[in-house]
Design a binder for this molecule. Structure first.
Ligand SMILES: Cc1cc2nc3c(=O)[nH]c(=O)nc-3n(C[C@H](O)[C@H](O)[C@H](O)COP(=O)(O)OP(=O)(O)OC[C@H]3O[C@@H](n4cnc5c(N)ncnc54)[C@H](O)[C@@H]3O)c2cc1C
Length: 456
């Protein structure tokens, strides 16, 4: 069969997978989106109660917008901040509907290979199609693809509570009291689970800040609620983000709400705590023990928001080139490494940085960031615009830079969590936030130093 007659298989119908389909269609290519969930955007639905820190303006893909507008869709107020559910109802679900049979739900991808070859065989890798192995309710099947865009996200592989990246001893056994998501405290059942209890929040990213802000209100409203906040780092550093200096104001405000909760005494920070063990007390509650023997006792509930990692097992028969630290494509990783970057900016990048040694295979979206925490949907939209152009043979458009991101306002230190700041700080100010375009570079560095001077 002529390989160009085959679809481009997109794995995952999240915001980036659906955008990939729209971008591919615009380039005259036929996408087939395989989604494990029972509906499109299954991962976003799971955290649907959380309000985005990006306004509508930043979370609608341009090609998707053009496709939707042909069907009479009107864009929401660009300055409004949707919740995850609103993102789905107003944009992602209509987009999946507009793509019609090109989006197949209930289709979990469990393998990828080259037709007739395992990963060891050299011959035919750029002539034979890729093969995707899919599980559906009616069984299993193989789908041939001219190219594959893996936009399957990282939502299903959350980092554990254990401070060393492995689950803490006893973490699984305590799973009834340990949860890896920001709770929906507006839901009466969820609220009852935490009201009047000793809650531990572990983590220091945006999800942790969101959870802390929610729990601070619960402390006010529900007597007896106490909140301990476990941080691996030895001080706050830049954990509260850029505040007013953040170019996404809602993201900046998250940190300010969490800082206020600490100042008001609603949240008690526990620094330098690397959870090693979860012990079950005779009364059913938990004691968390750190690797240096520190203890947090009388814990009713643990909320683990320590970030995500990519699920790579189904890619074991294709050739990948991933950064050993971040598990992100090697050419992208240096641009987003949280050991030196906290800005939230990234050099514009696309097909060239995301391609793998396996011809026709690209990682995109949240998954492409591996373990780096600063992914924004808008980055993903630009990635898939570039990939679609490359697959259509428009190499000039694939290489073009079409993205400027909003800085976090903390371009002055390590985005990672255990670090002191000085070495990373120096690296950051000297270039982390400078985009590739020289004329933007000056302004960015000025902003960087400005944010730095503002005391972050
Ligand atoms: C609480 C929270 C708040 C956030 N707020 C913002 C924000 O304000 N602004 C912003 O830009 N970003 C935000 N993000 C980041 C956000 O997740 C991404 O921007 C966006 O959801 C990433 O889209 P994606 O398509 O790459 O991944 P996902 O949204 O994770 O979608 C991946 C899809 O792939 C499917 N899938 C997974 N594995 C398979 C498989 N093996 N086979 C088939 N399908 C599979 C999943 O079911 C899912 O539908 C937030 C994230 C979280 C968790």
């Amino acid at each position: 069969m002529d390989g160009t007659a085959l679809p481009v298989v997109v794995v995952g119908a999240g915001p980036v997978g659906l955008a990939a389909a729209a971008e591919l269609l615009e380039q005259g290519l036929e996408p087939l989106v395989l989604e494990a969930g029972t509906e499109a955007a299954a991962a976003v639905i799971e955290w649907g109660h959380v309000r985005l820190f990006s306004p509508w303006e930043w979370v609608v893909d341009p090609a998707a917008q053009r496709l939707l507008e042909k069907q009479g869709w009107t864009a929401p107020d660009p300055e409004h901040y949707p919740t995850g559910v609103e993102w789905v109802e107003r944009y992602l679900a209509p987009l999946a509907q507009a793509l019609g049979e090109r989006v197949v739900t209930g289709a979990r991808v469990v393998g990828a290979t080259r037709r007739g070859r395992d990963r060891v065989v050299d011959a035919g890798r750029d002539t034979e199609p890729l093969v995707i192995h899919v599980l559906t309710a009616s069984g299993e099947e193989r789908v041939l693809a001219r190219a594959v865009v893996d936009a399957s996200g990282t939502w299903t592989s959350a980092n554990p509570l254990g401070g060393d990246g492995m689950p803490a001893i006893g973490e699984h056994a305590a799973s009834g009291r340990v949860r890896a998501a920001v709770p929906d405290l507006a839901d009466p059942a969820e609220r009852a689970r935490y009201a009047g209890r000793h809650v531990v929040v572990a983590g220091s990213g945006h999800s942790a800040l969101t959870a802390l802000a929610g729990f601070a209100a619960l402390v006010d409203e529900e007597p007896g609620t106490t909140v301990s906040w476990l941080l691996r780092r030895s001080g706050f550093g830049q954990v509260f983000g850029g505040g007013d200096a953040d170019q996404l104001p809602a993201r900046g405000a998250l940190g300010q709400r969490a800082a206020e909760a600490v100042r008001a005494g609603a949240v008690s920070p526990v620094f330098g705590f690397r959870t090693e063990r979860v012990e079950q007390d005779p009364d059913g509650r938990l004691t968390l023990v750190s690797d240096d023997g520190a203890r947090v006792e009388g814990v009713d509930e643990v909320v683990v928001v320590t970030g995500f990692r990519p699920e790579l097992s189904w890619l074991s028969e294709v050739r990948l080139e991933l950064d050993p630290t971040l598990q992100a494509p090697v050419r992208l990783a240096p641009l987003i490494d949280p050991n030196v970057h906290s800005c939230g900016t990234v050099y514009p990048h696309g097909a060239a940085e995301l391609a793998q040694p396996e011809p026709g295979l690209y990682l995109a979206g949240m998954k492409s960031y591996g373990r780096a925490p600063t992914f924004l949907a808008r980055t993903g939209y630009e990635q898939v615009r570039s990939i679609a152009a490359e697959l259509a043979g428009d190499h000039e458009a694939a290489a073009r830079v079409e993205l400027v991101l909003n800085e976090t306002g903390v371009c002055g230190g390590a985005g990672l969590f255990d670090a002191g700041t000085s070495a990373a700080e120096t690296a950051e100010v000297s270039g982390c936030c400078s985009p590739a375009e020289p004329e933007q570079s000056e302004a960015r560095v000025a902003e960087t130093v400005g944010a730095h001077g503002a005391g972050h």
